[in-house]
Design a protein around this ligand. Structure first.
Ligand code: ZN
Ligand code: ZN
Length: 371
């Protein structure tokens, strides 16, 4: 597999998140890395995907920043990038919890090997899934207790239900470990004396000890949604076949997250019910863009753009033009002129052509086709 998806986090005070943001954005764009990185005075939380060598370079870049020199990465080999865009944001909280917590009170780590031993030896412990209920539903550790939450911010309130286990050994886990840092600190502050969390989360555990005590799929917050790690625990809502694929109902007024197999996605047009199937407001499939040319120059008087063609292009198609300071707009191509100033119906890769444009464009703007 040529691609790598990695996740990483560290709670640490970043004095100038803008500086880090700028450096990382520059690096990610230059290396075609997509994903999501949150930065703030609280630390860094990221999950990104790209070609293996590019991701390795990003790791090196991160480790070269003194603040992140001890960063650890959870890695998964994948066949293609698992994110379709890059989002880097500065936020007060790198994981939204709502209630302030003292992170020095976080629980003790339990390594995957130790956790497996506890299971093997049937030690007495309570294992709690700190994630959202829909994540629990598709996969969880053996005997895990769910938290009935839709959002991590509801954790403090829902933690009341754990009071019955207060003095037992409690193990929390989440996808990569970041949520448990806050969740275990919160429980300790609430008077739970014996709280653990799985080091590196589920991803670390299933990488090291596949096919042991993890059951079902793993929900991930990228384009894959659910990784099939074992037999599905859930069923397609329509045909009831074993399946663990989540989709959001395409009726915009519903938008419910539900399990649906490939076949039923087609027949039901990605909706959760007959009522939603017939509803007027349906989600459009996400448009994907392919760059087919780059603007080399713009002649304002003639309203003409000079284009370096990267992929074949024909007359009478509608393209999208966008760039750093050019907001995206659609443009119908009525006329193509080649470099001998002759009209032509099409142009192939490598040709330099001109077309008329209705709006101002700029050098380096992209010519894109949506599909
Ligand atoms: Zn089905
Ligand atoms: Zn629906």
């Amino acid at each position: 597999m040529e691609y790598l998806t990695i996740s990483f986090y560290k709670y640490t005070a970043i004095q100038n998140p803008q500086v880090v943001e700028h450096a990382l954005r520059h690096h990610c764009i230059a290396n075609s890395i997509s994903g999501r990185i949150l930065l703030g005075s609280e630390g860094i939380n990221g999950a990104v995907s790209g070609k293996k060598e590019d991701v390795q370079q990003l790791k090196a870049e991160l480790l070269s920043i003194p603040l992140f020199s001890d960063l650890t990465f959870r890695e998964q080999e994948v066949t293609s990038s698992t994110y379709h865009k890059l989002v880097i944001r500065i936020r007060d909280e790198i994981v939204r919890f709502g209630s302030p917590v003292d992170l020095t009170k976080r629980g003790k780590y339990v390594s995957p090997q130790e956790l497996k031993q506890w299971y093997d030896k049937k030690e007495e412990f309570i294992i709690v899934d700190a994630r959202n209920r829909y994540e629990f539903d598709v996969g969880r550790f053996k005997n895990a207790i769910p938290m009935d939450i839709q959002n991590f911010r509801e954790f403090p309130q829902e933690a009341e239900t754990l009071k019955q286990y207060q003095n037992k050994k409690i193990v929390l886990y989440c996808t990569g470990g970041i949520r448990c840092e806050k969740a275990t600190a919160y429980l300790t502050q609430q008077g739970f004396p014996n709280v653990y969390h799985v080091q590196g989360g589920i991803i670390n555990y299933v990488n090291e000890l596949p096919n042991t005590y993890w059951e079902g799929g793993l929900f991930v917050f990228d384009d894959r949604l659910v990784l099939d790690l074992g037999e599905p625990l859930t069923n397609c809502q329509h045909c009831e076949e074993k399946n663990s694929q989540y989709i959001n109902c395409h009726n915009l007024d519903c938008d419910k997250l539900f399990i649906c197999c490939d076949d039923c996605q087609k027949t039901m047009k990605k909706t959760c019910s007959q009522k939603c199937f017939e509803a007027p407001q349906q989600r459009e499939e996400k448009k994907r863009y392919e760059t087919i040319g780059i603007i080399e120059n713009y002649y304002p008087k003639a309203k003409t753009a000079l284009i370096n063609v990267k992929k074949p292009l024909c007359r009478n198609t509608t393209i999208t033009i966008a760039g750093k300071t050019t907001p995206p707009f659609n443009q119908e191509i009525n006329q193509i002129r080649n470099n001998r100033n002759e009209d032509t119906d099409s142009a192939s890769a490598g040709e330099i052509i001109t077309i008329s444009v209705n709006q101002k464009v700029r050098r380096h703007d992209k010519i894109m086709l949506s599909y």
